[in-house]
Structure formats: C-alpha cells, structure tokens
Design a protein around this ligand. Structure first.
Ligand SMILES: *[C@@H]1O[C@H](CO)[C@@H](O)[C@H](O)[C@H]1NC(C)=O
Ligand SMILES: *[C@@H]1O[C@H](CO)[C@@H](O)[C@H](O)[C@H]1NC(C)=O
Ligand SMILES: *[C@@H]1O[C@H](CO)[C@@H](O)[C@H](O)[C@H]1NC(C)=O
Ligand SMILES: *[C@@H]1O[C@H](CO)[C@@H](O)[C@H](O)[C@H]1NC(C)=O
Ligand SMILES: *[C@@H]1O[C@H](CO)[C@@H](O)[C@H](O)[C@H]1NC(C)=O
Length: 263
C-alpha cells in the first residue's frame, strides 16, 4: 500500500501545475514555452516586454500526431464587477507540426512545434498587457491540442470561436469541436501590472475609460497606455496549483501532494 501510494505521488508532481487551478481541459504534461531565452513555466512571473512576440513551444518527448493547434488564453480579464473576471483568447494557431529532432529551447532540448503549413492563425498572437485594474496579475495559459484526426467541421468550430476572443471558453469550444480529450500538453505564466489600480469609482465612467485599461473589444486589450510592468519577484509556484482538479482515484493522494506545493 505504501509502495503504491509513493508511485502515485510521483505521478502527481507531473500532474500539478501545468495548467492553472480550475482551467479545463486541464493538461497533465508540460508544454515547454520560451520567449527567446526567457522560459515561461509553472506560472512564473514574466516581464510584459519579454512576452510580446509569440514564443517557441515544444515538448520534451516527441508526441504522436501529425497536426497540432496551440491556444493561449488569459484567465484574468477584469470586468466592471470585480472580482468577477472574464477570459480572452490570445492565440490560436492550427496546422502545427512537430520537429522530429530535438533542438535547444530555453534551458533544455525540445521537439519544437512548427508553423510548417504556413496556415494563417485563427487568432494572431496578442502579447500580454494586463491593465491597471483588478486583478493586476494575469495567468496566461497555453495548451497544445492534437488535431491530427480533426475534421473540417471541427476546425471550423475552432475558427469561428476564435473570431471572438473575449469570453473564450476553452472547454466549451473544444467540446463543441470534439477535441476536449485531445489536450496533450499545457503551461501557464503570470504577467503582472505594477499598479496602482486605477480608480474606478462606480460604473458611470466604465463605458469609455482610457485610464483604467478598460477592455472594450477583443483587440482593445487596452493597456497601450499602461506603464511597463517591472515585476521584481522571483519565479513562484502558485499555491493555487494544488487545487487542480484531481481524479477521484487520486484525490486522497492529491491532498498529500498539495502539502508539498504549499510548503
Ligand atoms: C504561420 O504562418 C502564417 C503564414 O505565413 C502566418 O500568418 C502565421 O502568423 C504564422 N503563425 C505563427 C505562429 O508563426
Ligand atoms: C468620469 O471620470 C472623470 C475623470 O476621468 C471625472 O472627471 C468625471 O467626473 C467622471 N464622471 C462621472 C459621472 O463619474
Ligand atoms: C467619454 O465619452 C464622452 C461622451 O460619451 C466623451 O465626451 C469623452 O471625451 C470620452 N472620454 C474619453 C476619455 O474618451
Ligand atoms: C476595438 O476598439 C477600437 C477603439 O474603439 C477600434 O479602433 C477597433 O477597431 C476595435 N476592434 C474591433 C475588433 O472591434
Ligand atoms: C502572479 O505574480 C504576482 C507577483 O507579480 C503574484 O502576486 C500573484 O499572486 C501571481 N498570481 C498567480 C495567479 O500566481
């Protein structure tokens, strides 16, 4: 029994932290994400400036599959009713293939995903730009989905969904496309506006605030007027990761795993 528990516990460490708490469909293996020499991993804090062009992505092992899609979603878009938040699709690129040889990525070697089909992105990469509103910290989540067997209809569901970035619901969209069980790898990082939070005294001015980084539409991620964030904190592992949905079978053990994460 003890032996078995230890085996399961070893598996848990890989299960935790690849996608944020509550995010579905959750990924259980790590997507390596790197902006040049800056690695995004385990919810670490990155400078906004480092994240403004699409990252290189890959996995440590070569995956099975001939076609993949990457999605990036901000889970922490402010609303006019804080602390309620919304989501925003930052990136959706289909038609990716994976290289057959590992090359350097960040501090490791990885099998990179390549845009070899030259397929136009369903949603072009949009750099993180969290406004000076609550919440100041945003979690940018990346997932890679196996689209090898996706039908034209599936892909067209993705394309239509990508047309409205605001309120993007990854689970609903992938379920509608029949791809909810095809998430192969995931990751997230944190970009934080240095604040202070712009005053938003009441709703009378919420319709056209330019000082508060108001999100008025999908490309109006606002934020152009915001100061560049200069986070000084060292990378962190969010305690939130501990709450990641565990399967019933692993639940008891997940609590043990959570102790490790919170320590
Ligand atoms: C993939 O190639 C197409 C066509 O050149 C381009 O529009 C798209 O932005 C590229 N995507 C990435 C992730 O480089
Ligand atoms: C809206 O905000 C401006 C400052 O940005 C302020 O001068 C004005 O009184 C506000 N109007 C209302 C109705 O709160
Ligand atoms: C907000 O809208 C009002 C009219 O609705 C306009 O007069 C004002 O200039 C706008 N403020 C900004 C900052 O766009
Ligand atoms: C977003 O809003 C800005 C400013 O109101 C506007 O110029 C732009 O066309 C809008 N974009 C979309 C996709 O609606
Ligand atoms: C993101 O990083 C900031 C520090 O910059 C931290 O205060 C915040 O808790 C982090 N958010 C998450 C969800 O990890």
């Amino acid at each position: 029994m003890m032996y078995k528990s230890l085996l399961i516990l070893a598996g848990i460490s890989a299960t935790l932290a690849v996608t944020p708490e509550g995010f579905e469909p959750a990924a259980s293996s790590t997507l390596l994400v790197s902006f040049g020499s800056v690695s995004a991993e385990s919810g670490n804090v990155l400078a906004k400036d480092a994240t403004q062009t699409a990252p290189s992505i890959g996995t440590e092992s070569q995956l099975t599959g001939s076609s993949f899609a990457v999605l990036m979603i901000d889970l922490d878009i402010p609303t006019n009713s804080p602390p309620a938040t919304n989501t925003l699709l930052h990136w959706m690129q289909t038609g990716l293939t994976q290289s057959t040889t590992a090359t350097p990525l960040g501090s490791t070697n990885a099998f990179l995903f390549q845009n070899s089909s030259g397929q136009t992105a369903f949603a072009e990469y949009l750099g993180p730009a969290p406004p000076a509103r609550i919440p100041l910290s945003h979690r940018y989540t990346q997932i890679v989905v196996d689209t090898s067997d996706a039908t034209e209809a599936s892909l067209s569901v993705l394309q239509s969904a990508a047309a409205s970035r605001m309120g993007f619901n990854a689970l609903a969209v992938l379920t509608q496309a029949g791809l909810e069980s095809k998430v192969l790898a995931g990751n997230f990082f944190n970009v934080t506006n240095p604040g202070p939070v712009a005053s938003t005294t009441g709703s009378a001015n919420s319709s056209n605030s330019t000082s508060g980084g108001s999100f008025t539409n999908s490309t109006g991620t606002g934020s152009v007027t915001k100061p560049t964030p200069t986070p000084t904190q060292s990378p962190i592992v969010p305690g939130a990761a501990m709450a990641q949905k565990a399967s019933g079978m692993l639940l008891g053990i997940a609590i043990v795993g959570a102790v490790f994460v919170t320590l």
